[in-house]
Design a protein around this ligand. Structure first.
Ligand SMILES: NC(=O)c1ccc[n+]([C@@H]2O[C@H](COP(=O)([O-])OP(=O)(O)OC[C@H]3O[C@@H](n4cnc5c(N)ncnc54)[C@H](O)[C@@H]3O)[C@@H](O)[C@H]2O)c1
Length: 251
């Protein structure tokens, strides 16, 4: 992984940090010397990861779909006294592969809440804190499913992630005058435990065969992109969707 010395000492908040891409991001930013706040609904696992990382890591249990809980989580971050420089919204996903025709309203609402409403709530809470930083960054994690229809997926999820992309453009527009950048990364299928449980080995082989780079994504592909977007060198990059999907988006 590339080294970005400027990230040392910066304060990074990561949602969904107890598993998958968010956990890898927490470990990646910690290795760069950042103060890392790991936000997750899974109290036990997020605490275990923060304890394993060390004294620059703090776990905060929060359901990011609940406005009051989000406010309390950011107040806890304030109390730590490190400010906020980089906000990474990684919590997201879906639980059922369904067509539009078969989608039940409960699954639709839950998926929109976790992926779109929660991103709005957390970004809204992060904004006043980021305005105090000299290198403010928002990195929202979307998906290739929000960029194109690449395989059977969740229509609610794809619609929510497309919404996050557009929300991020509004953030880039509104926050540019404050020196804050706002971007997304758009991953391809990555073998995190949640996704491994949703598909068969044949699905994964078929998806990989449609990728110009010839493989599925790894969590490190996404963390490398996040570190770049958080770096000083990316200070003039804003409003973009960085496709960490091996070129699949153009097929
Ligand atoms: N894994 C993939 O194939 C893939 C592909 C494209 C995009 N993505 C996106 O990347 C991000 C991470 O995906 P992943 O597969 O690593 O996820 P994951 O399911 O492995 O981890 C998600 C984490 O979010 C937490 N979480 C869930 N609901 C929450 C809530 N309400 N409040 C706080 N925390 C909550 C979970 O406890 C978990 O620790 C998601 O936004 C997902 O949509 C993943």
């Amino acid at each position: 992984m590339a080294n970005y010395p400027e990230i040392m000492g910066r304060s990074v908040v990561i949602t969904g940090a107890a598993a998958g891409i968010g956990e890898a991001a927490a470990r990646g930013f910690y290795e760069q010397g950042a103060h890392v706040f790991l936000l997750d609904i899974d109290a036990g696992r997020v605490q275990a990861i923060a304890s394993e990382l060390g004294e620059r890591a703090q776990a905060i249990q929060v359901d990011i779909t609940h406005p009051e809980a989000v406010i309390k989580a950011f107040e806890a971050i304030d109390r730590a006294g490190h400010g906020l420089d980089i906000f990474i919204n990684c919590a997201g996903g879906y639980q059922k592969l369904l067509t539009v025709e078969k989608m039940d309203l409960e699954e639709w609402d839950k998926t929109i809440a976790l992926n779109l409403r929660a991103t709005f709530l957390c970004c809204q809470a992060a904004i006043p804190r980021l305005k105090k930083s000299s290198a403010g960054r928002i990195i929202n994690v979307t998906s290739i499913s929000g960029r194109t229809v690449h395989a059977a997926s969740s229509p609610a999820y794809g619609a929510a992630k497309a919404g996050v992309t557009q929300l991020t453009r509004f953030l880039a527009y509104e926050l540019g005058p404050f020196g804050i950048t706002a971007n997304t990364i758009a991953p391809l299928t990555t073998l995190t435990p949640r996704v491994a449980a949703l598909r068969t080995p044949e699905d994964f082989a078929r998806i990989a065969s449609q990728v110009p780079m010839g493989r599925l994504a790894t969590v490190d592909d996404h963390v490398a992109a996040m570190l770049y977007l958080a770096s000083d060198g990316a200070g003039f990059v804003t409003g973009v969707a960085l496709d960490t999907n091996g070129g699949r988006v153009m097929m």
